[in-house]
Write a protein that binds this ligand. Structure first.
Ligand code: ADP
Ligand code: ZN
Ligand code: ZN
Length: 761
């Protein structure tokens, strides 16, 4: 390649290729020509890769004077270019990436890419959206022009609920032809300015009126003091266990106040779906003068870039976000506290490489940042409960009562086995009890939440002939097809596979025996149709929330806003409505089918069921008066359901840990899962067997191998899947084994390694 080596190399750079396979875990070395100096660690560069010298993005891991790992006689390639527009990754983030890449057996390049939001990497433009309001304590030594005074007067006369306001609107009200008087006022601190996305803007105004409790409860005070004392002593880990509505968020707020008072930044992680504006808005409402950066995937590209830049500039007092916010561009010493709310939530785990758990990476970050980390939940994960009660690596704090003014709901279990309709196939969607409760609640002006964790109209299309047993399956996956209606009250529809997205025609008759086919079971659409037909309220007061109706974050927000305003009285949805919502007028919660998780061949089936039931029950009883939760189930004797209905988490957790210990599964044991994929069943089975043989040859005492077997979903999108799990008593044993395993079985398209797996599908 002429032209590549025209200039001498003055330094050498070890880089990680962005879309790398796991071939070079430590990176590749390139020469650096003078024109690319100075070159910084963490910077994005372009390098020639492979025989064809394909131009590829890479991260600079190290810059050295010589190249120790070069094969003698082989010429070094040189970097092509450096990417000037990208903000370099901080050294602390780079170190975190190296740790992650090791721990999760993921190539370093993609790990680094995960840490920088796409829009930041691509340099997608920054657009500012602001809201302005009068400053709290404006400086008095500033000269105010008449135009500026008009702005201040207009703002002062504006009713409270209209503020903060968009500069454009303010310009009109003050009769200004340009925005510059407003900008000057911001510059001179006469106005305060909030950078918010459109989505948050509406919630933000409500949140400013957020109730501030006059007095903390004794329990809250004790916990705040206990954790607060540790802020000066470096790393400490805390599990905050309290039922929904027990005042956990209030504790977070007080701890964040302390962190900011120390001049530091608070990092707050919340699950993706419940990053509903409510949590964000509450923080904003309580910290009106602080700068809060919000990082999550529902923002537009420019918003994400802008928020990230705010943090990178050291201008954020609070960083709030979903899983990937753990990679916020903060120096370790800047972080004074980390909070992970709803720590048990599975959305903290990323389901493609690097398969990290944001909560666990947060623990690592707190460790290197030498600050306290608080994991909060009403239903802690078994891992966190184990850590706090058995391993004593974290401190358990309990809030045993609901906050003053909140009442616990009455929880009832309905045995669906007794609800069979005479002379018909199947069961009704709503039991008599739930039906009655819905009507009563509507008669007394309460609002209702109904949960069903299944999308579509009906999940199964089967033959009516009992001896036939035919069921419509996807041609490309080993799963049943789901029937969707185009509109809930119209017959027209289509069938779709929820795993690969393929659609098929709805067969009129059974292809095997020509008998009639029927749609069995109910998804959210069917429940919606049934509610619309049976309830005596205007149609617009009923709404459904699932990934089909809320394709964009703004759809979710619009519906929640309407529910908050009381325009919607019955809200039906998937787990989207189970988390984090706080609406005081919800008097009834119905779980239409508590069994959606219970029958899974997964050792966490009980845990999931407990969590789902108790999370959704926690959505009511958040205001005046009594509230009821009704749980429909075909397993009324399942301990997870009975204990969730009694809000007895500790008994559940004690029993569950005992079971996990006996079964040699997490959290009592560490686990890693190898998933092997290929195009035919035989080839996949063969590869899985040979992988197992290779892994067994590793010198690693204390590692237990499962047999090789097809996955619970043996085929997805025409790829066959086998898996193999390994367990060990300690993390050290597992890590030693995994590092060896990684050398001999490169993870990639055909083999995925999932360390601390959550999904066993
Ligand atoms: P959690 O996060 O555990 O669900 P929150 O912190 O959201 O609980 O508290 C639930 C409600 O109780 C909120 O409206 C909150 O303002 C209120 N609250 C919290 N602590 C107190 C207190 N000490 N006194 C009165 N109200 C409180
Ligand atoms: Zn499919
Ligand atoms: Zn048939």
């Amino acid at each position: 390649m002429a032209g590549l080596f025209d200039e001498p190399s003055v330094k050498y750079a070890r880089v990680a290729v962005e879309r790398g396979v796991d071939k070079y875990p430590d990176g590749l070395t390139y020469g650096v020509p003078q024109r690319l100096m100075p070159l910084n660690i963490g910077q994005l560069v372009t390098v020639p890769l492979g025989r064809g010298n394909t131009s590829t993005s890479a991260w600079v891991l190290a810059v050295t004077d010589d190249a120790p790992d070069l094969t003698p006689g082989k010429e070094t390639k040189q970097l092509y270019e450096k990417d000037r527009d990208t903000i370099a990754l901080l050294p602390d983030i780079l170190n975190l990436a190296k740790w992650m890449s090791n721990y999760y057996c993921a190539p370093i390049g993609p790990t680094l890419s995960t840490m920088l939001p796409g829009p930041v990497r691509q340099g997608t433009g920054l657009v500012t959206k602001q809201l302005v309001d009068l400053a709290e304590n404006p400086p008095t030594d500033v000269r105010i022009t008449p135009k500026q005074q008009r702005v201040l007067n207009v703002l002062a006369e504006l009713p409270k609920q209209k503020r903060p306001i968009q500069p454009k609107e303010l310009m009109q009200l003050a009769g200004l032809g340009s925005k510059s008087p407003i900008d000057k006022l911001i510059e001179h601190k006469q106005l305060r300015c909030h950078q918010v996305s459109r989505i948050e803007a509406t919630w933000f105004k409500q949140a400013l009126d957020a109730r501030i409790p006059n007095q903390l409860t004794d329990e809250q005070t004790t916990i705040i003091d206990a954790i607060g004392d540790s802020t000066s002593t470096g790393y400490s880990s805390h599990l905050l266990f309290g039922v929904t509505g027990s005042g956990k968020t209030e504790i977070y707020i007080r701890l964040i106040e302390k962190a900011i008072a120390q001049g530091g930044t608070a990092l707050v992680l919340v699950p993706e779906i419940s990053l509903t504006p409510q949590t964000a808005a509450r923080l904003m409402g309580r910290f009106p003068d602080k700068r809060i950066a919000i990082l999550h995937s529902a923002l537009t590209k420019s918003q994400r870039h802008q928020q990230w830049a705010l943090v990178a500039d050291g201008k954020a007092d609070i960083v709030l976000g979903a899983r990937s916010a753990v990679f916020a561009p903060l120096h370790d010493e800047q972080i004074k506290i980390i909070i992970v709310d709803e720590e048990h939530d599975h959305s903290f785990k990323q389901d493609n490489a690097p398969r990290y758990n944001g909560r666990d990476v947060a623990i690592r970050r707190a460790w290197t940042a030498k600050c306290p980390i608080i994991l909060g939940s009403a239903t802690p994960s078994m891992e966190s409960w184990w850590n706090a009660t058995r391993r004593n690596v974290s401190t358990l704090h309990k809030l045993t009562k609901r906050a003053p003014g909140l009442t616990a709901p009455t929880i009832e279990i309905v045995d669906m086995r007794k609800e069979r309709i005479q002379g018909e196939i199947g069961y009704p969607i709503l039991s008599t009890r739930l039906q009655t409760a819905i009507n009563q609640t509507l008669a007394t002006d309460g609002q209702i939440l109904l949960l069903l964790n299944r999308r579509g109209f009906s999940p199964w299309i089967t033959c009516t002939n009992r001896t036939c047993g035919w069921m419509l399956k996807c041609d490309h996956c080993d799963t049943s097809m789901v029937y969707h209606r185009k509109k809930p009250l119209e017959q027209a529809g289509f069938v779709r596979c929820h795993h690969c997205g393929t659609e098929q025609r709805m067969p009129k008759t059974c292809p095997d025996c020509s008998k009639k086919v029927i749609q069995l079971g109910a998804g959210t659409q069917r429940v919606e149709a049934s509610l619309r037909e049976s309830l005596q309220i205007p149609s617009e007061q009923i709404a459904r929330l699932d990934t089909d109706t809320a394709r964009k974050a703004s759809d979710l927000h619009t519906t929640l806003e309407r529910f908050g305003a009381g325009d919607i009285r019955v809200l039906l949805g998937t787990q989207m409505i189970a988390k984090g919502l706080d609406f005081p007028n919800v008097k009834l919660v119905g779980v239409i089918d508590a069994d959606t998780a219970i029958d899974f061949p997964d050792f966490r089936a009980s845990e999931r069921t407990y969590q789902l039931v108790s999370q959704v029950c926690g959505r009511c009883g958040r205001g005046e008066g009594s509230a009821t939760a009704i749980i429909q189930t075909f397993n009324p004797d399942a301990p997870a359901i009975i204990l969730a209905s009694k809000t007895d988490y500790e008994t559940f957790a004690t029993n569950e840990l005992q079971f996990r210990q006996g079964a040699f599964v997490p959290p009592a044991f560490r686990m890693a899962r190898f998933i092997i994929k290929d195009n035919t069943f035989e080839r996949t089975a063969g590869r899985a067997d040979s992988l197992r043989a290779r892994l067994q040859s590793i010198e690693a005492p204390g590692i237990t191998f499962s047999p090789v077997a097809p996955c619970v979903l043996p085929r997805i999108a025409d790829r066959f899947r086998f898996d193999l799990t390994v367990t060990s008593a300690t993390s050290q044993t597992m890590q030693h084994f995994l590092q060896e395993a990684r050398k001999m079985s490169k993870s990639g398209r055909d083999i995925a390694i999932d360390v601390d797996p959550l999904s066993m599908l």
